[in-house]
Design a protein around this ligand. Structure first.
Ligand SMILES: N[C@@H](CCC[C@H](N)C(=O)O)C(=O)O
Length: 266
């Protein structure tokens, strides 16, 4: 079976994108994990299907690199909007459905502005905050973030029984200036640090508003810069949340999938 794929990245969070409007892509965990594998496959933090939707412009179906269906992916959402634009499915604005429901987005000056779901609950603990921005996120403010063992510490928290059975994504944040954060994220489902996590930086910006950071918050990640804009009526109520940043096509190709998900590329 031949699969035509595209590779996109949003601030270094990279995805295999499939135009699955024919709904013929085999949604098999082993196959998706193999396609995302950085040594045996194309290599990516996740795989996304763009499918038709009866009411909206398209449906985004997201899988983590481990091959399992994930929750909302913010950077993946931005990449899917750019992908839909490149395919001619949309012009500069859209409404689409993802794992956590309906999203609006528009493209302005080369940046994707993706509207995230409202957030109505933030758990403020002494050492961390916990909130769901479409995916669950642990947020801890630290010093000297560039020296932190994000994978070691992130993995321990991701599997802590407090967050069982689903686990959590883990973000470490350093405040760089009045309105700028540096964020590093250990991602559930990738089981590693990624260069950037869209729902993660959104969670960090909202958690930081309790520290008097104003919207829009500037975010620095290992893969580039993002902005998070929002309105807030209390430390736990956030609406009109926008994740803003670039998303680009890297390349496209064809891959042959044989017995036991053996793959070879063209
Ligand atoms: N990279 C994503 C986050 C994807 C969700 C996560 N890995 C999970 O399933 O928990 C983003 O940009 O939001």
């Amino acid at each position: 079976m031949l699969i035509h794929f595209y590779k996109y990245q949003g601030t270094g969070n990279d995805f295999v994108m499939i135009d699955d409007r024919s709904e013929t892509f085999p949604q098999d965990t082993t196959l998706v994990a193999k396609l995302c594998h950085r040594r045996f496959g194309i290599g990516a933090d996740g795989l996304i299907l763009l499918q038709n939707h009866p009411e909206y412009d398209f449906r985004m179906v997201y899988f983590n690199a481990d091959g399992k269906k994930g929750s909302m992916c913010g950077n993946g959402g931005r990449c899917t909007v750019q992908f839909a634009k490149d395919l001619g499915v949309i012009a500069d604005s859209t409404t689409f459905e993802a794992a956590d429901g309906r999203h609006e987005a528009h493209v302005k000056d080369g940046l994707i502005h993706l509207k995230m779901g409202d957030v109505h609950q933030v758990k403020h603990m002494p050492a961390y905050d916990f909130l769901n921005t479409g995916s669950p996120h642990y947020v801890a403010f630290v010093d000297k973030l560039s020296e932190l063992d994000v994978v070691g510490k992130g993995k321990a928290i991701r599997y802590d029984s407090v967050f069982a059975p689903g686990g959590t994504n883990v973000n470490f944040v350093e405040q760089l200036s009045d309105n700028t954060l540096f964020v590093r994220t250990y991602e559930r489902g990738v089981e590693d640090e990624t260069y950037s996590c869209g729902t993660g930086v959104t969670a960090c910006a909202l958690a930081a508003s309790a520290r008097h950071l104003q919207s829009p918050v500037n975010i620095k990640t290992l893969g580039g810069n993002l902005q998070v804009a929002f309105q807030s009526s209390s430390p736990e109520q956030f609406t009109n949340i926008y994740l803003i940043g670039p998303a680009q096509k890297v390349y496209e190709g064809t891959i042959e999938v044989g017995e036991q998900s053996f793959i070879s590329g063209h």
